[in-house]
Design a binder for this molecule. Sequence first.
Ligand code: PHE
Length: 543
Amino acid sequence: MAEALQQLILDTLDAQGTIKDTRALVLPGHQEPAASHDAQVTILGALNSLASREMITYTTHETQSHVLTPEGAQIALEGSHEARVWAALPAKGEGTPVTPAELKQKVGDEAAKVGQGRAFKNGWIAKEGNGLVKLVPSIQDKTQLDMREVDSTGTLQEGEKALADLRKRKLIVQRKGQWFTVQKGPSFSTSIAKPETDLTVEALTSGAWKTSTFKKYNFEADGIPTNGGALHPLLKVREEIRNIFLEMGFTEMPTSSFVESGFWCFDALFVPQQHPAREVQDTFYLSDPSSSLPPPKAYYERVSKVHEHGGYGSTGYRAPWSDQETRKLLLRTHTTASSAAMLYKLAARCRGEEDTDDRSGLAHDHGEVHAQASGGAGTKRSGAVSQEGDDGFRPAKLFSIDRVFRNETMDATHLAEFHQVEGVVADKDITLGDLIGFMKVFFNKLGMENLRFKPAYNPYTEPSMEIFAFHPLLKKWVEIGNSGMFRPEMLEPMGFPKDVRVLGWGLGLERPTMIRYGITNIRTLVGHKVSIEGVEKSPAVRF
Ligand code: PHE
């Protein structure tokens, strides 16, 4: 039907140029023009389908039309009450008149009651004795004819007064109607090609796409409802660790610079320029742009001097210094690169400079950080509450959790990028004991009560310690992090006074997350093999 109707519309347009009034169309399988409300609804469906392919355009006209009530529909079928009353009676003088009681039995209460009055008024029936008889041999049932006319045309030729009368009798009701005028569209044709919905490989290779008609996008269509969002397990653990740092009074460092220079990632940290970590097997270097802007000049000179010739009580590396090495751009291999930049900033006032960069989060937080750094973690020696003195130093407790990159061979537990968690505390005269104290509080909050420390080596810390914990879930000792007291060779060129000590520790985010969620292959946690369902179902973490 739908196809046949569309074809009819196209053929009519082809023959007549336009369709002035769709109510004049005779629908396939019908004899009468499609004047009814329902017919116009069907036509509208066909018009929309053709218009979406730009085969036609159409304009809508509104009308007031009428439809039958259930009672009206019954009359259209069986005749009016008065006609049925008339039909139930014998002709005058040809039989026994029908009594009102008998009439009720024949046509029903309702028709007998309403129909009698109208039949009398029309002069169709008359009283005879106690009963009723036909007065005329034949009648024209106008109500039934009206019902049929309204049913097929939605109106009456007779006009509004007659319609109003039928409305009052509750045989018809008004309804907004529509009809249409139709014109040829830009893609008019009399043959309906089913529009393509997909651009297929076949259509592309055969070139068929050039001549195909495509179904238009329906931007109004409702999309498939999405489930609510869910945090990735790594982000859940990240959030929990972040809260632990915040509880301990630490301030989050800005760590958005994934690309760093060799200067901040290594040189500033007193990592020798010949250190294996700097080689391309371990570090991703950028080819474009190939070098960084110059670091702050005076600081750069102090750093290069301590590397090449020593100073601050150090003999230095006594190896040739390369400016090119320092200017190389790379993907940071640890977040300690960001910590170094933050510490340099923290030392600004010690160098007699104004710290003007608001992004650091330091400038307005100093008072608070100071108070918390002095007592927050409960590890500071009594009496060592430092105040900002003439040297401009203010203590700080800083942390970061962000991404780092290493050019590693990838396996079940290693990827070329991962997240580091890092805590840094700067204050006067703090010691290795403070470092151990901070880490105990921190790792206890992560659910690791039992810690062991093993001497280790980092170019930028001395002493350095690896941290081991008896893991409650794995039930064995595992290495959980790395830590140390930053070297004077790193801190003093920044401008910190000699009595300022900075401690720090770092750990990966992936490993605790994998242990938490019982994940053995990192690829099920990170990358394109991660199951969305798994992400949605993984529970929140509380250590
Ligand atoms: N940067 C070290 C690492 O990558 C972690 C660390 C941070 C060590 C701070 C000492 C001090 O493993």
